[in-house]
Design a protein around this ligand. Structure first.
Ligand code: FE2
Length: 429
């Protein structure tokens, strides 16, 4: 007798007609035609059952603050940072908790199972840190929240940022962050990487740095991040977020750089929605795309996962916790249009990001945690195409959110008709 069962599901690996049985919060069987009973059963009706969406890069302390105290007129990263600087002193810990919990409700309903959120560590009160440590506790049964100590205004540029970042880690923040391209000089940027990686090494922590989020091709901090990772033996434990300057770098230099990143086993976290919006703002035409070299990094063997970065905050006015929006944009900006590439984009918001975050028990396999989403699509490519409706969200073998099927109004042969958007399966290659 199972606690929970899903019948007749399609899986991301292409298997169809699969039943998934769960007991005590664990997947204990995945096979066809399971005959045993379950206390609760849902019929997938041939639709896609996938592991939860994973967001490896977010800013929960800023989310849903759009328009407070004003809007970002230039649309640039730098105006976003100064706008956030205006909000920080006037917001309270309770404000941050309230906005974060509202966002987490939305994220759960959209099938996000884990979020890595950077949290600003530059204010002496550590308001964001206190708020998000509380949020992490409150949502633990629904979302795994990892926190990154993030000296937003620069480790050396902001007074007491280093001291406050260490305090944040002492309070229980999980991961060491940084922002080398925002330090005053290239050398202080490099020094910040060295200092922060040493802190992570001493404490046995992971590292995730905002790195080279700029159009300046000379912003080469990823090189220092790879070097320090190797020097300190942190291979596999470090991620570079954004890496947008790589888009603008000289090809010859990149041909040397990517093998260094591979050698150091540094992971990459592009944030397609935000960077296509923020980057290239100083360009006339042609205007550069704001995304790192996703295809080249992936093909070289760099573990790459897409993050959402922002939802309705000083940097980005849109967003709805939809990791399929993120995959959709990453696919377009990276011109990842082959069937294999599109399927990979689904992995970039699920399995790849789970590996970057070192999540345990993730995935649809026997012995994994019974966490998964039923999507109104037949396969991962269709899920991205439709930004598929989430029909059921299961966590710990328990249904925690559900929706009914959504029908779309389409016009066929001039006649209006109501159809299931997932009923149009593409012909196979
Ligand atoms: Fe970010």
């Amino acid at each position: 007798m199972f606690d929970f069962m899903v019948k007749n599901a399609s899986l991301p690996d292409g298997k169809v007609g699969m039943d998934v049985g769960c007991k005590n919060g664990i997947i204990t069987a995945i096979e066809r035609n399971i005959s045993a009973e379950a206390k609760e059963t849902i019929d997938a009706d041939g639709l896609l059952l996938a592991p939860p969406f994973i967001d490896p890069h977010f800013h929960m302390d800023a989310t849903l603050s759009l328009g407070t105290p004003r809007l970002n007129k230039s649309g640039t990263l730098l105006e976003g940072i100064s706008l956030w600087g205006e909000l920080k002193p006037v917001q309270t810990i309770d404000d941050i908790i309230e906005r974060s919990l509202r966002y987490c409700d939305l994220a759960v309903s959209m099938g996000i199972g884990a979020i890595r959120s950077h949290v600003d560590t530059c204010d002496d009160e550590l308001k964001g840190v206190q708020a998000l440590l509380e949020v992490k506790k409150q949502i633990k049964d629904y979302i795994d929240l990892q926190l990154v100590a993030f000296p937003q205004d620069g480790l050396y540029r902001a007074p007491k940022a280093l001291e406050n970042t260490i305090r944040a880690l002492d309070l229980g923040v999980d991961i060491v962050g940084g922002i080398p391209h925002f330090e005053r000089t290239m050398s202080e940027g490099a020094q910040s990487i060295k200092t922060l990686c040493e802190i992570a090494s001493e404490r046995g922590l992971l590292v995730d740095m905002h790195c080279d989020e700029t159009d300046d091709p000379m912003s080469r901090h990823i090189e220092s991040l790879a070097y320090e990772t190797q020097r300190l033996g942190l291979q596999g434990r470090v991620a570079g977020s954004h890496l947008t300057s790589m888009h603008s770098m000289d090809n010859y230099y990149v041909s040397k750089l990517i093998p260094l990143i591979v050698e150091a086993e540094v992971h990459a976290i592009p944030n397609p929605l935000i960077n296509i919006m923020l980057q290239g703002r100083h360009d006339t035409y042609p205007k550069r795309r704001g995304q790192t070299r996703v295809r080249e990094l992936r093909d070289a063997g760099v573990l790459t996962g897409f993050g959402s970065d922002c939802v309705m905050d000083p940097w980005y006015s849109l967003g709805k916790a939809d990791m399929l929006d993120v995959a959709f944009m990453g696919l377009h900006v990276g011109q990842l249009s082959s069937r294999e590439d599109m399927a990979w984009c689904f992995e970039a918001v699920t399995t790849n990001s789970a590996s970057i975050m070192h999540l345990e028990g993730y995935g649809l396999s026997k012995g994994s945690k019974a966490n998964f989403n039923l999507l109104q699509a037949k396969d991962p490519i269709e899920a991205i195409r439709l930004r598929a409706h989430r029909l059921a969200i299961v966590r710990g073998g328990r249904l925690i959110a559900k929706n009914t099927h959504l029908a779309a109004n389409l016009f066929i042969d001039g006649r209006p008709d109501i159809v299931d958007p997932a009923s149009y399966a593409p012909s196979q290659d």
